[in-house]
Design a protein around this ligand. Sequence first.
Ligand SMILES: Cc1ncc(COP(=O)(O)O)c(C=O)c1O
Length: 458
Amino acid sequence: MKLPYAEPYKIKMVESIKRSTPGQRKKWIKEAHYNLFNLSSDKVFIDLLTDSGTGAMSDKQWSALMSGDESYAGSASFLELKEVVQKITGFTYFLPTHQGRAAENVLFSAIVKEGDIVPGNSHFDTTKGHIEFRKASAVDCTIDEAFNTTIYHPFKGNINLEKLEKVLSENPKDKIPFVILTITCNSSGGQPVSMENIKAVSHMCKSYEVPLLFDSARFAENAYFVKLREEGYQNRSIKEIVKECFSYGDGMTMSAKKDGLVNMGGFIALNDEEVYKKATVFNIMYEGFLTYGGMNGRDMAALAVGLDEATEFDYLESRIEQVAYLGKKLVESGVPVQQPFGGHAIFIDANKFVPTIPRDEYRAQALAIELYIIGGIRGVEIGTVLADRDPFTRKNRFPELELVRLAIPRRTYSQNHMDYVAAVLKNVYDTRAQAKNGYIIVDEAPIMRHFTVKFKKI
Ligand SMILES: Cc1ncc(COP(=O)(O)O)c(C=O)c1O
């Protein structure tokens, strides 16, 4: 008999969250210039803005905090973390950073130059930001199926090998510092990349002598999908799958706020000594000395435990099944969502949900605002606002998908919270025909505008 999944932990401490009324929220979101990032957390009931750094640490992680070594140089916690990273990833060189984008900043400072091209699978916004900031370009080679939310494909994070080969064959090798594979692929809906695809991309990179890097924020969740969906991996442990995956690459950047199960942290891991040496200079300049790189000793200690816990099957099963539980409830109510469900979030298809709102009025943003007003739920727009303007033409980029992401923090909310979210969404969906107008932008930053952009209601 297959028993239902259940969380492999129980609750030791709770944190209060505040309910409010739709009237209060209408006023608050207007004061926040209709940008959900501007809301203080006490004005949010269920916070699904991100799964980044918002999860709960275990008692073992909290214990590790107490024994963290805060030495500036040669911290024991650094050595402990380095050993865990080497064991889990197989990479030789290790540099801690304060979070994922800092890892990108340090590594890209060493290897990306003006005019370069970086192919990948729907680069995450900070990755793309750090590439474009250096006047290089990110080329998206994701498979087309990723952009149709109703097609079932078990690995929608995969790279289309023809698209990749075109970029590799049409450009000189010295213009392509690396190919980047994001596992799981956040921008295309938390979708996994298959081991077969990782292997094929790695093979192609080798034949063109271009390094392969992983943007690894959710590498453990990716391994869980490989175990469940890919032939030949059912009897392999998550840790074995992770090790195999990284064995096909030359290095990784990591936002430890996701599959590191900590609230802050990141790192770079590499095999190439030359690249490591170049990166150390920037790590010291931007982050801190090599044995802490922007992290407290205690946080490195907690991360060492977190990486081990995140690569355990029972944890991953309860994590990913909770996301799927919400997804199934929404599908039952007819709400259009990205399928199959992602590992860390449910993505609502705003093009199908509110086609009545024009695209240049930011329909996914309008839907996210409505969810907040009706239920106090904070999601995030993954659409035209996030896609930013083209750096050369300064025109809005309209991505294929207009999504609202409901990211589920790790080990944080209960099934009742998921039921509440599903009920609110059903309510909004049932009244969707009334939605006609969206928003206009009144103020925006030149890059990564979504964090600080201000809107006016039309
Ligand atoms: C795939 C991916 N890469 C990189 C980052 C950046 O990491 P951080 O937020 O720690 O800077 C994120 C954050 O959400 C991410 O999802």
